[in-house]
Write a protein that binds this ligand. Structure first.
Ligand SMILES: [Zn+2]
Ligand SMILES: [Zn+2]
Length: 101
């Protein structure tokens, strides 16, 4: 079975599906501020998605001081989650305001 590790700030939470991982990252961790545009976004997947969909790779590298390898790693994590996760389900859960159920 695939395991999905959180990894934010050394968080060791592991889930057996991507949806609970994203819910955990979004609800259990503090929100972070985008270093490019100062929008407050949930940490984890949504922070990565914001960075790559709203900003160019060059802006991201400049604002975060990330290396090309780090950028690639985060893009891969995003693609991997998007290929496996039912994001509609995640957004519905978030709209209902909890991680229960
Ligand atoms: Zn975590
Ligand atoms: Zn931004």
């Amino acid at each position: 079975m695939a395991s999905w590790a959180c990894g934010i700030d050394g968080c060791e939470a592991v889930f057996d599906a991507p949806e609970p991982l994203i819910l955990h990252q979004t609800t259990e961790h503090e929100r972070c501020t985008c270093a490019v545009c100062e929008t407050v976004v949930p940490d984890g997947y949504f922070a990565i998605r914001h960075a790559f969909e709203e900003h160019s790779r060059a802006e991201y590298v400049r604002a975060y001081g990330a290396s090309a390898a780090e950028v690639r790693e985060r893009e891969q994590a995003k693609d991997y989650i998007e290929a496996a996760a039912d994001l509609t389900l995640v957004l519905e859960r978030l709209e209902r305001g909890g991680s229960e159920g």
